[in-house]
Design a protein around this ligand. Structure first.
Ligand SMILES: [Zn+2]
Ligand SMILES: [Zn+2]
Length: 283
């Protein structure tokens, strides 16, 4: 089975991506959590446009992607799981956990380091929060992510299956936890014990920087609880809160493709960093 999955990796990833995007797109249209500020047409063309750019760029720069790196590590005998005998399913499980933790750490890092925040703020500048927000990342941040993933794979030596599972899982949960979906509160409470829910991640997209600097998880919710960065709900409620970045409010810049691509390079490198957790609403 692993061979079949590895051989059809690209098709599987694309299939899950399109299927889940469609399902969540329909679900959030039927059960919206918040009123939209902008039209779908305006945001989706830009958010999906950047997905197309990133996909082409990744194909050109790293044609074999993370799976290729895992295959290479395996044949070269690199990494912990290619050095020590570990039962296959334990290696898969631990690899998915470690990869998820590294993504969490990386997410904390891009908020903590002012220059990296310039890249990551493109994700946060979306004035609305829906399934396509989970896909919009600046191409430079995508390249940074891939580099970090390569390094983790080289050290860990995860089974190829774990890398494929993780890529599909992360893509799916990222779309899910950004969706503008109204889940019953009881269901949300139970779900967020195991997976990051839309209500949990929406807190992270607040303009208030103490709220932005919480809930860094994309997939598993446990790291935030374990490391003290968990915030259950936004102060002003999910309908009352403002989404985005305080200083970026122009729809053409925040949700236009050109504005998004140029956003890392505008303005001075600010003192925005993770230790700034004192939010004062500007008059
Ligand atoms: Zn973030
Ligand atoms: Zn997000």
């Amino acid at each position: 089975m692993t061979e079949w999955i590895t051989a059809n990796e690209a098709a599987l990833r694309l299939g899950f991506f399109l299927g889940i995007l469609l399902l969540l797109g329909i679900a959030e249209a039927l059960l919206p959590r918040r009123q939209r500020l902008l039209t779908r047409l305006q945001r989706w063309t830009s958010n999906l446009g950047i997905v197309v750019i990133n996909t082409v760029l990744l194909r050109l720069l790293f044609p074999a992607a993370a799976v290729g790196m895992a295959l290479f590590a395996q044949s070269a005998g690199w990494g912990i799981f290619n050095t020590f005998e570990v039962p296959f399913w334990i290696a898969v499980l631990v690899s998915v956990l470690v990869l998820d933790f590294m993504i969490w750490l990386q997410h904390v890092m891009v908020h903590a380091v002012p220059a990296l925040w310039r890249l990551h703020r493109v994700h946060h500048a979306d004035l609305d929060f829906d399934v396509t927000t989970g896909l919009r990342f600046h191409p430079l941040e995508i390249i940074l992510s891939m580099g970090i993933k390569f390094a983790v794979i080289a050290v860990l030596g995860p089974p190829v299956l774990a890398v494929i599972l993780f890529e599909i899982l992360l893509n799916a949960t990222s779309m899910f936890n950004h969706s503008n979906l109204r889940l019953p509160l009881g269901l949300d409470r139970v779900l967020r014990l195991f997976v990051v829910t839309p209500d949990m991640h929406r807190v992270h997209h607040s303009v208030a920087d103490d709220e932005t600097n919480s809930n860094f998880g994309f997939n598993l919710p446990w790291w935030d609880r374990l490391f003290g960065t968990y915030k259950a709900q936004p102060r002003e409620g999910h309908e009352g809160m403002t989404i985005g970045i305080d200083t970026f409010r122009d729809p053409r810049q925040c949700d236009g493709l050109k504005g998004m691509l140029l956003m890392p390079f505008v303005g001075k490198v600010t003192d925005y960093a993770i230790n700034r957790r004192q939010w004062e609403k500007k008059p």
